[in-house]
Design a binder for this molecule. Sequence first.
Ligand SMILES: *Cc1c(COP(=O)(O)O)cnc(C)c1O
Length: 413
Amino acid sequence: MKYDGFTTRLVHADRLLNRPQNGAVHHPSTNSVLFEYEDIQGLVDVFQGKVAGHAYARQSCGTIAALQTLLTQMEKGVGALTFASGMAAITTTLLTLLKAGDHLVMSQYVFGNTASFKETLEGLGIQVSLVDVTSAEQVEAAILPHTRAVFTETIANPVTQVADLVGIGELCQQRGILFVVDNTMTPAYLFNCSSVKASLIVSSLTKYIAGHGNALGGAVVDTGLFNWQHYPNISETVKPQPPATWGLNQVKKKGLRDMGGCLSADTAHAISVGMETLALRMERACSNAQIVAEFLAQHPKVNAVYFPGLPSHPHYERAKTLFKYPGAILSIDLVDGLDPHQLLNNLSLILNATHLGDTRSLGLPVASTIFYESGAELRQKMGINDSMLRFSLGIEDPDDLLNDFAQALACLS
Ligand SMILES: *Cc1c(COP(=O)(O)O)cnc(C)c1O
């Protein structure tokens, strides 16, 4: 596309690149599961990968293709696949590119369900090492001769550690190791994963990208930076196509087609519409997070604020170099003796709910909910205190958020 502005591209890519019929500005939601060919050779060519087209909606349909175009454009990558959820994107990508006997280096600060998925990988004979990714040296020390991939997030949830993305990217490039970045916390408006040499970008579309709390989805985008010709686990079935397509094609055939965690057309359409305002929502949510973090950091009833936009944060400088803004998630510890549940119940605007990246601000206690199952040992490794509260800031007007926090803290005894 000839336009370079982030939002310009998102708002116009579907119209200009996909040319929907009858002057429509969105590709419509196409709910047909099957696709008819007048000449059967057309279907044969699609099956054999000789011609691009749709055969059955588990693999692709027009609405999904339109969303994939948007995601590819947004990340300036070479291709994208979409899935029923962020977890479907993560599990499908790892299960189809790794096999028994491989080793995976994974951040010790990942999303709770990704951390839990480690057990499934290990059950299938894939060795997983959990590593402190805030240091590329730690990652390097964990690499073994059979290490196939490094998997990390950008800013960790809930303690907001920032991965040494530049160092890990260089390391992976030198060693020819696949570098998979879960960019859910800092979507493309905040951070371009290609700048740190990521091979694949996985995202939960459910969070900031769709943004409105009304659609689940996930994606994997190939940045085009990894040389798939040197990857040992490529199936013979994808090799007739150019090597640049091997990785995503394998995830598509073995993951989407064979495992079936596909997105529905209606949901893809909802996500495409939500995405149009990603930059505007990120501007507001990130600004709200900064304002609220500064307010809470100076409040006498708050003991600690975890937010990479505060100069006291251990990765403040790193976050400043990497990201346009340091995200919109923050966590806090109250002063000893104050009841964190009472604070949440005192808040009237901020919802008691799990989820993040919504238009609405949300809060929850971490150790008793999203990281309850992880157990005390892993929580300690992640830096999660028993009384920690996490907030995901939405796009409300900042004064309303500040007033809500102020009144909720004032009533706390
Ligand atoms: C929410 C989340 C996921 C999972 O996404 P779903 O769409 O809920 O399946 C994965 N990674 C991160 C960092 C997340 O925040």
